[in-house]
Ligand binder design. Structure first.
Ligand SMILES: Nc1ncnc2c1ncn2[C@@H]1O[C@H](COP(=O)(O)OP(=O)(O)OP(=O)(O)O)[C@@H](O)[C@H]1O
Ligand SMILES: [Mg+2]
Length: 362
């Protein structure tokens, strides 16, 4: 069967452009899958992050009834959180006039891509937006965090991009609440990098499916977030081609900026050859700890390089954020008033304001 994008893809991508893209994204006949060693390293990183997360003590303390100790640092912190929560409650967020499609990408592993995708999506849905999360990572972490089934027999994003199944057939409503939907990923997606190589319009398969889905949806989606795997292969190319905006989460730690220039170069290549409307609109600092010099240095450096794109709200390192997925919940449902939840709600509010009709970044 001829794929609808076949002619379009051929016309847009001459042999030189294809070679340039393929070498930048490391696409070969045996395209890269995430090596097992890297996954194990990731798992131990995660364990270390949980063990020494400084947010832990802070959050546990903030659950204590300390109201009468009015002049302690803890009481001040609590009143600051209350102030931020009230400010959020008093604002109604604008909805974008047309669907904003974000790719959440960073080839560095464990920087908070999935956590950011899930919590921003939940925050926007809580504020009345209709939101779709596309889990494009074979690990399926976004599907888990949104409480959506993703056993191997589930119809998933793999069937959409490899077998031409329609997104409408695979999409599930998240039990999280609000108008929040998820296109789940199953383990089959791990083979898709290789299977895609021989398919026509292989860079555009997600875009075609998403365009059709958005056109045919009875009610308009306001946001789509695509959660990428920690690699720059064909799945990530598909995500960049399907989106207008790139959101890069940057972890506030040593080596944070390593690999960023390669990521930005690859995004430029996509913009030049495959998707002229793509741009990096949003950078979010994650796992920020205001008490460490390192976090502050990374934050300053990122803001210096990307003054327009970096959101004012950094996401703090927080045990509540890392616990929430094991309950199949966003931190916003799991512990609404925790600093992590409030920060994601604030970041979502910034994104919504920036995309509002009439905003200069719209
Ligand atoms: N702000 C935070 N505070 C504490 N832990 C966090 C925070 N953000 C993310 N984590 C934890 O760090 C780990 C990595 O986060 P996440 O899975 O979102 O990263 P990722 O970039 O999607 O990873 P991968 O590259 O494997 O897809 C997870 O265990 C997550 O719970
Ligand atoms: Mg992830």
């Amino acid at each position: 069967m001829k794929h609808p994008d076949e002619d379009h893809a051929r016309a847009e991508l001459d042999a030189d452009a294809r070679r340039e893209l393929e070498s930048a994204f490391g696409v070969t006949e045996a395209a890269p899958v995430i090596p097992e060693a890297e996954q194990q390293e990731q798992a131990s990183d995660d364990a270390a992050a949980r063990a020494d997360a400084p947010g832990d003590t802070q959050e546990k303390k903030s659950e204590s009834p300390l109201g009468r100790f009015a002049d302690t640092p803890l009481a001040r912190e609590l009143s600051e959180i209350t102030r931020r929560r009230r400010a959020l409650e008093s604002e109604e967020l604008p909805l974008p006039a047309r669907t904003r499609v974000f790719t959440v990408a960073n080839q560095k592993g464990g920087v908070g891509k999935t956590t950011t995708t899930v919590n921003l999506a939940a925050a926007l849905a809580k504020n009345g937006a209709r939101v779709l999360v596309i889990d494009l990572d074979p690990q399926g972490n976004a599907s888990t965090a949104l409480g959506v089934e993703h056993r191997s027999e589930t119809i998933s994003v793999y069937d959409v991009i490899v077998n031409d199944v329609e997104i409408a057939e695979a999409v599930k409503k998240s039990p999280e609440g609000g108008e929040l939907y998820c296109l789940p990923a199953t383990i089959h997606l791990a083979g898709a990098e290789i299977e895609l190589v021989s398919l026509v319009a292989r860079e555009q398969r997600l875009r075609s499916a998403l365009e059709k889905f958005l056109e045919e949806s009875e009610e308009q989606f306001h946001y789509v977030f695509i959660d990428c795997p920690p690699s720059l292969g064909l799945l990530t190319i598909n995500a960049f081609v399907a989106a207008q905006e790139v959101l890069i989460p940057i972890q506030c730690e040593y080596y944070a900026l390593e690999g960023l220039s390669q990521l930005l170069n690859n995004i430029k290549l996509i913009e030049r050859h495959l998707n002229p409307t793509l741009s990096v609109t949003t950078i979010l600092l994650t796992m920020y700890d205001s008490r460490t010099n390192l976090s502050n240095q990374v934050a300053d450096e990122v803001r210096q390089h990307f003054p327009e794109q970096t959101l004012a709200t950094p996401i703090p390192r927080s045990v509540r954020i890392s616990e929430a997925p094991s309950f199949g919940l966003s931190v916003i449902s799991y512990d609404t008033n925790s600093p992590g939840s409030i920060s994601y709600l604030e970041a979502a509010a910034e994104i919504a304001r920036r995309g509002a009709p009439g905003s200069s970044t719209n």
